[in-house]
Ligand binder design. Sequence first.
Ligand SMILES: Nc1ncnc2c1ncn2[C@@H]1O[C@H](COP(=O)(O)OP(=O)(O)OP(=O)(O)O)[C@@H](O)[C@H]1O
Ligand SMILES: [Mg+2]
Length: 251
Amino acid sequence: MILQTRDIGKTFGSVLALRGVSMGVEEGTVTCVLGDNGAGKSTLIKILSGVHQHDTGSYLVDGAEVRFASPREALDRGIATVYQDLAMIPLMSVWRNFFLGSEPRRGPAFDVARARRVAAEELRAMGIDIRDVDQPVGTLSGGERQSVAIARAVYFGARVLILDEPTSALGVKQAGVVLRYIARARDRGLGVVFITHNPHHAYPVGDRFLLLNRGTSMGEYAKADIGKDELTTLMAGGAELEELAHELRRE
Ligand SMILES: Nc1ncnc2c1ncn2[C@@H]1O[C@H](COP(=O)(O)OP(=O)(O)OP(=O)(O)O)[C@@H](O)[C@H]1O
Ligand SMILES: [Mg+2]
């Protein structure tokens, strides 16, 4: 187990964002965090990635308790997070964005030739088909941008890759592209934490499923213990959906 939380909790003023949530992340597996808007998904991964500190419970990395003071500290332990807005610069090229903040140097100068070559190689190694690494990132599709961010995290030695809703703004085809790179990162031995509210995205790629509802855990399931339909029903709150269907029915 690379990461583990035990009964972790977090409040913001009077808002109880998270209460008693336990989860684990193993290498070479995908842990999906599912839940409706406001369920606490982002809060949980912000604790994992050092943006927030937990108030209660414990957070362990490689079996030892940690409390990260910043995302940099988490990154130094190999915990990389890709946010929806991505922190990329749209007008800059793919290769520049790939190395943003970690530029390869040759003496005091930025080694442009090497950066361009490595970016192209790494994208190819992940099977990402970008025609031209000089292309501005802003001209890539949303799915391609997520893919570049995943390849970057893998290249810079991430052991854990956390993705906050990487597929939620994407169409079916592009979501499929991102899911494929999540699987690639997993096959390379990374522990992936994949946040989504879409069970259809989570189920094919996930090994474990943590369900959150209003800040509390509704359980962590191994894939063998839960079917897609059950996951979907749990997610939607089965009874509520039935009620809605009834309400929407024409008389
Ligand atoms: N910085 C903050 N200050 C105050 N309240 C916060 C803060 N961050 C989150 N919250 C609250 O905590 C709760 C959980 O929010 P969180 O963003 O973790 O949900 P989420 O599951 O990621 O939702 P979504 O699917 O909409 O992204 C919400 O009620 C939210 O308003
Ligand atoms: Mg969120």
